[in-house]
Design a binder for this molecule. Sequence first.
Ligand code: NAD
Length: 285
Amino acid sequence: MNPRRESVATDRGSGTSAATGEANKQYKQGDSLMQLKDKVIIITGGGQGLGRAMAEYLSCRGAKLALVDLNPEKLDQAVSACQANGVEARAYVCNVADEAQVEGMVQQVAADFGAIHGLINNAGILRDGMLLKVRDGVIEKLPLAQWQAVLDVNLTGPFLCTREVAAKMIELKCAGAIVNISSVSRAGNMGQSNYSAAKAGVASLTVVWAKELARHGIRVGAIAPGFIGTEMVASMKPEALERMTSAIPLRRLGQPEEIAQAAAFIFESDYFTGRVLELDGGIRL
Ligand SMILES: NC(=O)c1ccc[n+]([C@@H]2O[C@H](COP(=O)([O-])OP(=O)(O)OC[C@H]3O[C@@H](n4cnc5c(N)ncnc54)[C@H](O)[C@@H]3O)[C@@H](O)[C@H]2O)c1
């Protein structure tokens, strides 16, 4: 039991009003607060970067992990790291943008673990490019394939995974939470038509799904990270990275563990739904 929650319950125990008494009754039902121990959480893009960091963090809190990725070698390494923390963890090679693969993956996770309590829609890609570039009077256009590739993984992926996982949670009578990984870029970042649109879409869907799934005991939250020190950011040009860091009020990249901590907060906070946590060191695009 989270010590902070215990103290909240105790503090409220001294209240005398009807409303406080009602709240107190709920807090005393400690089982209704979502605990991570033994909960089954699916993390897409769990092979590296933020996905792996969240997997390791949640495994330290006793969660059982189903890690999903395209890269089997990285998946195996991430699974071993979670198992080293004493929890059950399994690897699932699956493209989150492929409907049949997502359906199969969710069926398999349910068969392997017997329950699903959570999902982190984390798998994502970058294919940056300006809408138009004019070079020597010649107009270059952002190719449709470059737009579509990012929309497929970063927006259709969360749609398919959430639809299948939520259906399975309802079928198995598992309450829980879904966490979408959006981005500071959802506000509209130059050179990121595809990525900004997908990440804004994911933030919006967080509200839609929170409203629709609340009746089934499923909460939906999102995290909008700023610039976090992972492989994805490391692949940026050094001068762009330097420019970016100097614009962050906290003057540093975020750490993957700081995002993992926010994911744990969403899972554990039973009154949190339909909102986006912004972890960006204060930067505004
Ligand atoms: N790193 C940052 O600064 C940052 C900032 C804001 C948002 N984000 C978001 O956080 C998430 C994770 O970012 P990261 O930096 O860890 O990225 P990353 O590239 O290090 O890891 C992404 C993982 O997703 C997997 N993946 C890619 N396409 C997939 C697909 N179709 N199906 C299944 N798996 C797939 C990759 O194999 C990889 O393991 C992404 O959604 C990203 O947009 C990252």
